[in-house]
Design a protein around this ligand. Structure first.
Ligand code: PGA
Ligand code: ZN
Length: 460
């Protein structure tokens, strides 16, 4: 394996037109690769720090890119991480495929618990670029390289590793976000994501075809009723609707119009992202949820009741993510007690891909699934550690994009590499979402050619 020749970061734009970071790397063999880092809008407060140039106390609009620039993070890569990491690798006779040591080195170099000195965006860019260039140098697909790293992480941390399941690559079922609300759209829907998930598909190609049919039938239904069919940040439609329930009615109609059986072939999943409407107006009896279609501010108990009712009315709902807020631990425990046997309850802002926070959730019985976002934690290795720990504890895994994305399809390979069984990467609209789906279509073809049959699909 050859040594790293150079690492260079630069500032590019994400799908919202805001700056983000791209890292390029070249090995002495001449092999080059790059990776870019996404960015959230409804971020969890315990996420690793995304470093931006904004100086506190200064009017944003007087700054370059209104303070959203990532020049500091770029400089941190170019002036500190790159020279120090290259030196560390040389001195210790390592090479670029020592992902664990590379990531641990950057974590130590940063020296803070949330990567706030160098920036999680700076560190993640380097971590992912290293993985990609190592896969190229080894002449193996990135998903296979990630699978090897997954196995190595399980071995190092003594995590259960199901050889039979994990040595075969599995395609993830997409959760396609067809109606956007909350912080991802300018409409009046409070809940952030209404998704369709074709768990009943036999393979990924069929799953995408099913999403296509539902997406277009949904567009027609919205258009028929005079609603806007403009899209939100994740490529789903963003109409103004009369309640947070109405998107479910439209999606159900679209599934039926597409001639699929809802709840058998195509399911509904939701991400209310409820931290975004929690505690907005503090109530004298404590924190409350504020939904525009409810008369009053409501408690966790009422939120759980509301979900229980939705599940009665829409048994096609398979999964609810962030149904309660990131700080509402007692509420999560109760919600999991009441609903966790019926549906998948995914912690996103709750766990922020952080193994230590997930430990609490597992101890308290908070949920039964975790959303995985690389930039919530900031290195590939830590992400794999969290996945291994979640898997060992029987949690479902959902690999996820961010609402601000680039055309880097890294998460497609991540989902296949760890056999997550599920991926959330937006609607079948907007190129920064489509590129992940296209990469997955390509991977499925590649695996089919290699093994002479379609790879397994969906949750195992
Ligand atoms: P974000 O949203 O990327 O804006 O944080 C995605 C999600 O909540 O799942
Ligand atoms: Zn979420």
């Amino acid at each position: 394996m050859s040594k790293i020749k150079w690492i260079k970061a630069s500032q590019i734009l994400d799908s919202r037109g805001k700056p983000t970071i791209k890292v390029k790397i070249e090995l002495e063999s001449g092999i080059k690769a790059e990776a870019s880092v996404p960015s959230g809008a409804s971020t969890g407060s315990r996420e690793a720090l995304e470093m931006r140039d904004h100086v506190k106390g200064i009017d944003r609009k007087s700054e370059d890119y209104d303070g959203y620039g990532v020049k500091k993070a770029v400089e941190n890569v170019n002036n500190e991480i790159a020279p120090d990491l290259i030196g560390f690798i040389k001195k210790n006779k390592l090479d670029v495929k020592d992902q664990d040591k590379i990531d641990q080195f950057m974590i130590a170099l940063d020296g803070t618990p949330n990567k706030s000195r160098l920036g999680a965006n700076a560190i993640l860019g380097v971590s992912l670029a290293c993985a990609r260039v190592a896969a190229l140098e080894n002449d193996i697909p990135l998903y296979d390289y990630i699978a090897q790293q997954d196995k190595a992480v399980c071995k190092k941390y003594n995590r259960k590793y199901d050889e039979k399941e994990l040595s075969v690559r599995r395609m993830p079922c997409p959760m396609a976000n067809v109606i956007n609300g909350g912080s991802h759209a300018e409409n009046n829907v409070d809940m952030q994501e209404y998704m369709v998930a074709p768990y009943g598909a036999k393979d990924f190609h069929e799953a995408i075809h099913m999403v296509f049919k539902v997406f277009w039938r949904l567009k027609e239904a919205l258009h028929r009723d005079g609603h806007s069919t403009g899209v939100g940040d994740e490529g789903g439609f963003a109409p103004n609707l009369s309640s947070n329930e109405e998107p479910l009615k439209y999606i159900l109609e679209a599934i039926t119009e597409a001639k699929y059986k809802a709840g058998e072939q195509v399911f509904i999943t939701m991400d209310p992202a409820s931290s975004e409407f929690y505690n907005q107006k503090e109530h004298r009896f404590g924190n409350r949820y504020s939904l525009s279609d409810q008369e009053d501010l409501i408690t966790s108990e009422k939120m759980i009741k509301l979900y229980a009712q939705l599940l009665e009315d829409y048994p096609e709902i398979f999964s609810i993510e962030d149904g309660l807020a990131e700080s509402d631990w007692a509420g999560w425990m109760e919600m999991n007690k009441q609903l966790g046997k019926k549906i998948q309850l995914v912690g996103d802002d709750l766990f922020v891909t952080n193994k230590v926070i997930l430990e609490r959730g597992i101890k308290e019985g908070s949920a039964n699934a975790i959303l995985i976002k690389l930039n919530q934690i900031g290195t590939l290795t830590e992400t794999l550690e969290t996945i291994a720990y979640a898997r060992e504890n029987g949690y479902n895994i959902v690999i996820s994009h961010r609402s601000g994305e680039t055309c880097d399809p890294f998460i497609a390979d991540l989902a296949v590499g760890v056999n997550s069984g599920q991926i959330k990467t937006g609607s079948i609209c907007r190129s920064e979402r489509i590129c992940k789906f296209n990469r997955l279509l390509e991977i499925e073809d590649e695996l089919t050619d290699k093994f002479g049959k379609k790879p397994p699909f969906g949750i195992y």
